[in-house]
Each structure stands twice: as structure tokens, then as C-alpha cells.
Design a protein around this ligand. Structure first.
Ligand SMILES: C[S@@+](CC[C@H](N)C(=O)[O-])C[C@H]1O[C@@H](n2cnc3c(N)ncnc32)[C@H](O)[C@@H]1O
Length: 257
């Protein structure tokens, strides 16, 4: 995991139950764009693909990322992570008309009237209502995969009609329960870039982990040819091109044994 640039970060997506919910909505990808990276609550926790571009207008954020990436990039030369001190909207404009192998994850500063705290959190990097309109207009007609986190709001409802949604809650730093939402322009994925957090809550995730471990142990005990016969049958029946690419290009930790 990439170390956190900051210990705490306003609006960060590192909360328990939050990052798992979002990562469970990320389909397989070969390029990942994060136009408003902040502390990278998601970026640091899932299996990043080969090509990654992060942006933030706050130079303090970008400098902190440069520091943590120095060590990480050395140890992970097969992965490219670029961070730039630039307006994330320029990145959206540059990548929005690519194909579904690109995912843009947008976690912008939230509209004030959706904030329980009603506090400014990002200084000069806050957004006006008009900036939200500009951002949402820019997404129209995009051909790549896009996922946004932003609480339910009439502006988002009107401008993202037809997008899939996933509601979730989180506890803010003042201890208040807050409503949040993911908006994404693709169907709910059944193949994920990273299956690590599959499950709706801790209990379900544990059950899935244990079930996977039991199946793996059973496979492990078989003679290699028998194990391969089973794997081949599973891939023939259930493996579509996306999951085979995912397994073959090593963009997940899990390899076919
Ligand atoms: C909600 S925070 C992102 C939090 C992040 N997902 C995390 O887990 O830490 C929004 C970030 O967007 C940045 N930002 C605001 N306007 C921006 C813009 N036009 N382009 C790029 N970054 C921007 C802010 O500096 C802030 O770091």
C-alpha cells in the first residue's frame, strides 16, 4: 500500500466502510485517473493498474505525494504513477473520450448545502455552485468509465440522470452520521479491479474471505493436473474476456497458480 501523504485529511475516503464500498464499484481498468486526489483514500488501497495519473490544485498535497511516491515508485517500477499540480478538469477533458479501459474517479469538494458541518475545508480550493455545474457539464457524452462521490443533491440528480447510484453513510470528524453517494456511468460491475473488499459489511467480507480460503485450500491439495482441469473448466464456463485479461496482465495480486 502507498503510505498516506497526510495523517488526516478533510473529506478523505479512508473511513472504514467507505473505501470498501467505493473499491467494490471499480471495474477492471488499465488506466486510472484521479483528478482531485487529496490524501488518496481510495488510490492507496486498491490494486492500481499499470498507468495512473493523479491531480490536485493544492501544491502542498502534490509535494506530499512526491515524497511518498519516491520510495513507492522505486519498489514498483512496473507501475506508473504521475502526480501533477494541475486543475483536474483538464485531466477529465483529456481522458473523458477514451474507452472503458480508463476509469476516472472524481472526489471533488462537496457542495456546501450537502455538508453537515457547513465548514470550508479546502481554502482556495473550494468549489462554487457554478464550478459544480461546469464539472458536471464536462462529463456529458463521456465514453470512458467515470465514478463520482458526492452526496445526493438535486443538481447532481438532474445532471446525472441515468447514472447508476450507490448510497452509503459515514461518520464525520465531529461524530455525525452523514449520507453520501457514488454516481457511476456503467452498470454495477461483477468483475472488479480488486476483489479484496468484496461484501457489504465486515461480516459478509469475512464470510467471503473464508469461503475463498476453503476453496483455495481444496484446490491446493489436488494433484496439479486435476487442479488445472478444474481451473480450465471454470474459465471455460465463467471466464469472459475481461476477467481473463485481468488475470493474465497481472493487474491483480491474485495469479492463476
Ligand atoms: C474531497 S477532497 C479529495 C479527498 C480524497 N479522495 C481523499 O481520500 O483524501 C478534494 C480535493 O480536491 C482538490 N481540488 C479542488 N479543486 C480542484 C481542481 N479544480 N483540480 C484538482 N484538484 C482540486 C482539493 O485540494 C482536495 O484535495
Amino acid at each position: 500500500m502507498i503510505p498516506a501523504p497526510f495523517k488526516r485529511y478533510n473529506g478523505g475516503k479512508s473511513g472504514n466502510g467507505v473505501y470498501q464500498t467505493i473499491i467494490n464499484l471499480l471495474p477492471p481498468m488499465s488506466r486510472f485517473i484521479s483528478p482531485f486526489v487529496g490524501n488518496g483514500g481510495i488510490e492507496r488501497r486498491f490494486n492500481l493498474p499499470a498507468n495512473n495519473y493523479f491531480f490536485d490544485t493544492n501544491p502542498v498535497v502534490v509535494n506530499a505525494w512526491h515524497t511518498v511516491l519516491k520510495g513507492y515508485n522505486k519498489k514498483n517500477p512496473q507501475q506508473k504513477i504521475v502526480i501533477e499540480n494541475r486543475d483536474g478538469l483538464t485531466a477529465i477533458a483529456a481522458f473523458k473520450n477514451t474507452d472503458k479501459t480508463t476509469l476516472i474517479f472524481c472526489d471533488p469538494p462537496y457542495l456546501f448545502d450537502t455538508r453537515v458541518s457547513q465548514q470550508k475545508l479546502y481554502g482556495v480550493h473550494e468549489w462554487s455552485y457554478e464550478q459544480h455545474v461546469k464539472f458536471l457539464n464536462m462529463l456529458k457524452g463521456s465514453t470512458c468509465n467515470i465514478i463520482i462521490t458526492h452526496p445526493p443533491h438535486i443538481l447532481y440528480e438532474n445532471m446525472l440522470t441515468g447514472w447508476s447510484i450507490k448510497d452509503f453513510t459515514y461518520i464525520n470528524s465531529a461524530g455525525n452520521k452523514c449520507a453520501d453517494r457514488c454516481w457511476y456511468n456503467y452498470p454495477k460491475p461483477t468483475i472488479l479491479q480488486d476483489f479484496t473488499y468484496l461484501g457489504n459489511d465486515y461480516r459478509e467480507r469475512e464470510l467471503i474471505k473464508n469461503k475463498t480460503a476453503r476453496h483455495m485450500a481444496k484446490l491446493q491439495r489436488l494433484p496439479a493436473a486435476e487442479r488445472n482441469a478444474i481451473l480450465s473448466a471454470v474459465i471455460n464456463k465463467y471466464g469472459n474476456s475481461s476477467i481473463i485479461n485481468l488475470l493474465n496482465n497481472g493487474s491483480t495480486n491474485k495469479q492463476i497458480p
